[in-house]
Design a protein around this ligand. Structure first.
Ligand SMILES: CC(C)(COP(=O)(O)OP(=O)(O)OC[C@H]1O[C@@H](n2cnc3c(N)ncnc32)[C@H](O)[C@@H]1OP(=O)(O)O)[C@@H](O)C(=O)NCCC(=O)NCCS
Length: 379
């Protein structure tokens, strides 16, 4: 059986009920509900419950979930100390990965297939990631961490822990919707990475830390940071056309465009663009937005025929920058949301587990002689 698909493109790695994409029509659903509807009517915690447990929560289920999440928002002082010991100029994703892996040492998991354990570990991870991310941001500036406040919503509390100020309601609401958009996206690289780790029956903290490592790469979660630096490098609307044309001629990729699944504009990019407009009406526009619009326009003129359109990372960086988040914290923010999808796939994986052990097509030599070191020629 020599069928080989680079990047496993088109090869199903699992059966799942969590989310679904129709890349030709630009549809994304969480548990059968359109992302457009969830972005409009739901919020992050409710969508997280939906993704993890399969149904929208009742009023009392949501209240309990929220209360449990609030209870676990704090992180241990030893995790804070661990973050303090890391190099200040290291990437925050590396700090997040290290801190999440270390969390697992404080909360050992005996049986990953036990439902109560799955619930508590999911609650802990979703609740604590914002405290870690905000802590990394503050500690590297030389500021003390800010303890969470139970009376604030999830996104609101994250911004509060980051800035020590209760954020504007609309800004917090917009960020919350961004988290809904980033919470899950079928079998992407980081989810696959988490599932491979999950299939060994490793604990959920190890599963999530594997996924965080994979999310960091510039072809995955790291793209939004690169998109923003591309807009800054372009500098003005007039520079867009020559920049994009030069990239296309050199067969170089334009960050924020293209998607393995979507061959039309990513539905999340459409929502993010609307969120950008709403944010700009509220806090004033960003000059980078005009550049982005022009990149999208020129990109579409030349790449649309090949199904290459704006993806989720195209507008998210501008939005996060306008909210005041530093560019290297864009991907940690993505992780804060995507942890929900990783956990949902972890629960699904261990319910019917088969350890991942794909095969490979060997292209190397056979029957080679062993040469003693004195007989080997220097090259
Ligand atoms: C996301 C991505 C990895 C999807 O990749 P893919 O479907 O496997 O497509 P490939 O990387 O194999 O590219 C297929 C072709 O489209 C071109 N292409 C893909 N994305 C492109 C982009 N952003 N700009 C210009 N050309 C692009 C490739 O150069 C390639 O051309 P070729 O056939 O002439 O060699 C790819 O579009 C990309 O790297 N985009 C930029 C990074 C990014 O925004 N990532 C975030 C994803 S959410």
């Amino acid at each position: 059986m020599d069928r080989f698909s680079p990047g496993l493109a088109g090869i199903p790695a699992t059966r799942s009920k969590i989310s679904w994409i129709d890349g030709k029509r630009g549809i994304l659903e969480y548990r059968g509900i359109s992302i457009l509807e969830l972005a409009e009517r739901s919020h992050f915690i409710e969508s997280a419950y939906l993704l993890l447990f399969g149904t929208l929560p009742t009023r009392s289920q949501l209240a309990q979930f929220n209360a449990d999440l609030c209870l676990h928002r704090r992180i241990k002082y030893r995790i804070v100390d661990l973050i303090k010991c890391l190099p200040e100029n290291g990437h925050p994703m590396d700090a997040l990965q290290a801190a999440v892996a270390a969390l697992g040492m404080f909360y050992p998991v005996k049986n990953v297939q036990d439902q109560a354990t799955q619930y508590l570990s999911s609650v802990r991870l979703i609740a604590k990631l914002p405290a870690i991310v905000a802590g990394v941001a503050r500690l590297r500036r030389g500021d003390d961490i800010v303890l969470p406040r139970d009376d604030l919503g999830y996104a609101e509390n994250f911004l509060y822990m980051l800035t020590e100020k209760v954020p504007d309601k609309i800004v917090a609401e917009i960020l919350d919707t961004c988290l809904v958009l980033h919470a899950e996206h079928t079998m992407n690289a980081s989810t696959f990475s988490g599932m491979v780790t999950a299939s060994t029956l490793a604990d959920p903290y190890t599963v999530v830390s594997s996924a965080i490592g994979t999310l960091k790469g510039p072809l995955h979660g790291g793209a939004n940071e690169k998109v923003l630096s591309m807009f800054c490098e372009i500098g003005s609307v007039e520079n867009v056309r020559p920049y994009v044309m030069k990239k296309i001629a050199a067969h170089e990729k334009i960050m924020g465009l293209g998607h393995r699944e979507y061959k039309v504009k990513d539905p999340r990019a459409i929502i993010l663009q609307k969120l950008c407009k709403r944010l700009f009406e509220h806090v004033g526009t960003s000059p980078l937005y005009e550049i982005a619009l022009e990149v999208e326009q020129v990109g579409e003129e030349h790449l649309a025929a090949r199904g290459i359109y704006a993806n989720i990372d195209f507008y998210s960086g501008i939005l996060y920058k306008t909210i005041g988040i530093e560019p290297d914290f864009f991907t940690p923010l993505f992780a804060m949301a995507r942890v929900v999808g990783w956990l949902a796939h972890w629960i699904e994986q261990v319910a019917d587990n088969h350890i991942f052990r794909p095969t490979e097509i060997y292209l190397g030599e056979h029957d080679q002689p062993y040469q003693p070191i004195q007989a080997r020629k220097e090259v």
